[in-house]
Design a protein around this ligand. Structure first.
Ligand code: PNS
Length: 187
């Protein structure tokens, strides 16, 4: 029997968008199993906890054959080795993504030469989409349907409603949102 082809699709996924889902779908055509891995980085403040992110992703990938979701701490390559992944999937939306991805890919390759890095392009309609933008729009009461899976949309609404009226969330009491911007690039 041939060895199943396993891909690890890592990210912050704070929250998971339809662009991420598009990439997971593309990866699932190429691999027998796609393991979506939510990075748990305690140094980076997120809007949603890793468990919340996992729950939202689980709901989004219900119909995606061979896909599953986990969360991880520590090095990505260690996670890849643990689950027996031959490849790490990353999305490339535009040239601006390239430099950071290139650095990360080469470092990961140095750390784990046996794990290949595969870049996939999302559908054109998602090239401008990232989690930071989605949070920004939702925080101000804008419509995010069509940009994120249904449960993510619901959770965003709940989170920002709980934080106050549109426009107020994140303006003082919610330090989390301000810190939600990634250091390197918007995902
Ligand atoms: O969605 P993101 O924020 O672009 O994902 C970045 C992520 C989580 C894939 C990256 O930060 C990562 O791999 N973190 C785990 C720690 C690690 O292995 N760092 C070295 C990468 S070269």
């Amino acid at each position: 029997m041939t060895k199943p082809r396993v891909a690890l699709f890592p990210g912050s996924f704070d929250p998971f968008t339809n662009g991420h889902l598009d990439l997971a779908r593309r990866a699932s055509v190429l691999f027998d199993r796609v393991v979506i891995a939510v990075a748990h980085n305690s140094a980076k403040t997120s809007l949603f906890t890793p468990d919340e992110r996992v729950e939202m992703i689980e709901s989004a990938i219900r119909d995606l054959k061979g896909a599953s979701v986990i969360h991880f701490t520590g090095l990505l390559v260690d996670c890849a080795k643990r689950i027996g992944a031959q490849a790490i999937i990353r999305g490339l939306r535009a040239v601006s993504d390239f430099e950071f991805e290139f650095q990360m890919a080469l470092m990961n390759r140095r750390l784990a030469p046996g794990v290949e890095i595969a870049f996939l392009m999302p559908s054109q309609e998602f090239t401008y989409l990232n989690s930071t933008l989605v949070k920004e729009v939702a925080r101000h009461g804008g419509k995010v349907s069509g940009l994120v899976p249904a449960l993510v949309e619901r959770r965003l609404l709940e989170r920002f409603r709980a934080a106050g009226a549109p426009g107020k969330a994140g303006s003082g009491s919610d330090g989390q949102l301000k810190a939600a911007r990634p250091r390197t690039k918007a995902r």
